[in-house]
Ligand binder design. Structure first.
Ligand SMILES: *Cc1c(COP(=O)(O)O)cnc(C)c1O
Length: 349
């Protein structure tokens, strides 16, 4: 049995067919705005998300950071939930690169309750306090366990923040998964934010690449800052073509990942119901409360690895397992059996 590598959906390798598409991509110097494949991808993704323009970036972190800096001036703040990638996993970039401060709120499983940021935000706070410029929303929510944010919650937040003069940035690294899980059009999600980042390099299976979408003037300014951040790339149509291939061929198959994740969640819940509630496993990420079975998360992850299933401890209580393109049906059966056995057994005495 080959090892089921469920540490992340960033681990996917480009397929043979994707590699062939990359070889034939038309290219030019993208810093000169002359790479036709990049320009096409940017146009296609902007249209999918219902925005005027989009910008190709090397990483999702750069797309997020270009987004938040477009909304917040130095000394202003962004707010987001405490598990958000922008807050936890971008190495303090908003502070380091853009002089932006942050505050967070607590959100179980990362689920958005619009009333919470609306109560926390302090728009135009005057000369003595920090003003909130932007609310960051993550959909699906990574460390929250692939949680889909309800479109109604996003709309409510959008309407209220607009009225208050506060912007919304949507970290949509896995917005594709939310779209496939719910059937809500991508442009409906896109319509709930001033800027949207998306990743091609996660479950879609491209080797590299993200985009930031938004109004044309914001994207034009983000293009300048991308260069300033060192993200101006040259004949990068080779990578943009991988992204176009992923969007046209590999988007619908995310539903398979969701079905396999659900199957594993059911198996774990059958072995120990406290470890996971399958109703809360929305997409391709399974977070198991291993502490409910007496495990420390790093020990659980090590024990699973010994049995050929790789995961990631997100904190002392929880282990995360992520389904993607390179995880087969057979690996899913094996992973489900191993995780179920471990939560049933508990740690060695
Ligand atoms: C992966 C991810 C990103 C971007 O990550 P990079 O490694 O910088 O491409 C942003 N937000 C979320 C929620 C992610 O999971």
């Amino acid at each position: 049995m080959p090892t089921a590598d469920l540490r992340s959906d960033t681990l996917t390798r480009p397929t043979e067919a994707m590699r062939r598409a990359m070889v034939d991509a038309a290219v030019g110097d993208d810093v000169y705005g002359e790479d036709p494949t990049v320009l096409t991808l940017e146009r296609e993704v902007a249209e999918l998300l219902g925005h005027e323009a989009a910008l190709f970036t090397p990483t999702g972190s750069m797309a997020n950071q270009l987004g938040v800096r477009a909304h917040a001036a130095p000394g202003q703040e962004i707010i987001g939930d405490e598990l958000a990638h922008v807050m936890r996993a971008e190495m303090g970039a908003a502070a380091v690169l853009s002089g932006i401060t942050s505050r967070t709120w607590r959100a179980p499983r990362g689920l958005l309750d619009p009333a919470v940021p609306l109560a926390l935000m302090a728009p135009a706070a005057g000369p003595y306090q920090v003003s909130t410029a932007c609310v960051v929303v993550e959909n699906t929510h990574n460390f929250g366990g692939g949680t889909v944010q309800p479109i109604e919650a996003m709309r409510e937040l959008r309407e209220a923040t607009r009225a208050a003069g506060v912007r919304v940035h949507l970290d949509g690294a896995r917005l594709w998964n939310a779209h496939v899980a719910t059937g809500v059009p991508l442009a409906d999600y896109g319509g709930c934010a001033d800027t949207v980042s998306v990743c091609l390099s996660k479950g879609l299976g491209a080797p590299v690449g993200s985009l930031l979408a938004g109004p044309a003037d914001v994207i034009a300014e983000a293009r300048v800052w991308r260069k300033r951040f060192g993200g101006g790339m040259r004949q990068v149509g080779i990578l943009a073509e991988a992204g176009r291939y992923a969007l046209s061929r590999q988007l619908p198959r995310l539903a398979e990942d969701h079905a396999r994740t659900a199957r594993a969640a059911e198996a774990v819940a059958a072995a120990r119901p406290e470890a996971v509630d399958p109703a809360r496993v929305h997409t391709n990420i399974l977070v198991v409360d291993v502490a409910s079975a007496g495990w420390d998360a790093p020990d659980f992850v090590a024990a699973a690895a010994e049995r050929g299933v790789l995961g990631y401890p997100t904190d002392a209580r929880h282990a995360r397992f992520v389904w993607h393109l390179d995880v087969t049906e057979e690996m899913t059966d094996h992973a489900a059996a191993v995780l179920a056995a471990l939560v049933a057994e508990g740690p060695p005495a």
